[in-house]
Design a protein around this ligand. Structure first.
Ligand code: AMP
Length: 182
């Protein structure tokens, strides 16, 4: 199964992706995690990405897409993957479509995690990540609204809506049911 997870920052995509990855037996690929690993290791990619991440802005698409392309070239993705945090713009969605088409593949679905802005801010402040201060949160929500939310229309009938308020288990049950795997 080749799935994209969509939703505002703080929607719990990462938590759900980790659970779904285990249950579906496909890797969880988070662009945010890949960037943070690169920052931790002090790689050139990490050094370039850090300035954007700290400001709550998107890392340039060419840098991000190259990182995703090399991750999707690894053999553990052959049976599928859960992409968390990519695509974040319509341009990135087109790039993903092309990458998959080259391999003769396409997406099976796009899980859209729906959650109110109040809950999102609460969840982000609770996890206390370096880029989770109030200013950056506001910037990231603005970026989501302007650049990422249009993906919901872009994907149209490939969107699978999930109510992402409630407990981790409840949300996971809803996602598994929506995928026909419960
Ligand atoms: P996340 O862990 O998904 O919340 O991502 C953390 C930060 O990494 C974002 O605020 C962006 O600065 C950057 N980032 C993650 N994914 C992307 C992407 N697809 N395009 C551009 N920047 C990204």
């Amino acid at each position: 199964m080749r799935l994209v997870l969509l939703g505002p920052p703080g929607a719990g995509k990462g938590t759900q992706a980790a659970l779904l990855s285990e249950k579906l037996g496909i890797p969880h690929i988070s662009t945010g995690d890949l960037f943070r690993a690169n920052i931790g290791e002090g790689t050139p990619l990490g050094i370039e990405a850090k300035q954007y991440i700290d400001a709550g802005k998107l890392v340039p698409t060419d840098v991000t897409a190259r990182m995703v392309e090399s991750r999707l070239a690894e053999s553990d993705t052959e049976q599928g993957f859960l992409l968390d945090g990519f695509p974040r713009t319509v341009e990135q969605a087109d790039i993903l479509e092309e990458l998959l088409a080259k391999q003769g593949h396409k997406l099976d679905g796009v899980l859209n995690f729906n959650v109110s802005e109040d809950v999102v801010v609460e969840r982000m402040l609770a996890r206390g990540r370096a880029d989770d201060n109030e200013n950056t949160i506001r910037t990231r929500l603005g970026v989501y609204r302007e650049e990422t939310a249009p993906l919901i229309d872009h994907y149209g009938d490939r969107i699978i809506n999930i109510d992402a308020e409630g407990s981790v288990e409840e949300i996971n049950d809803r996602a598994m049911t929506a995928l026909g795997r419960s």
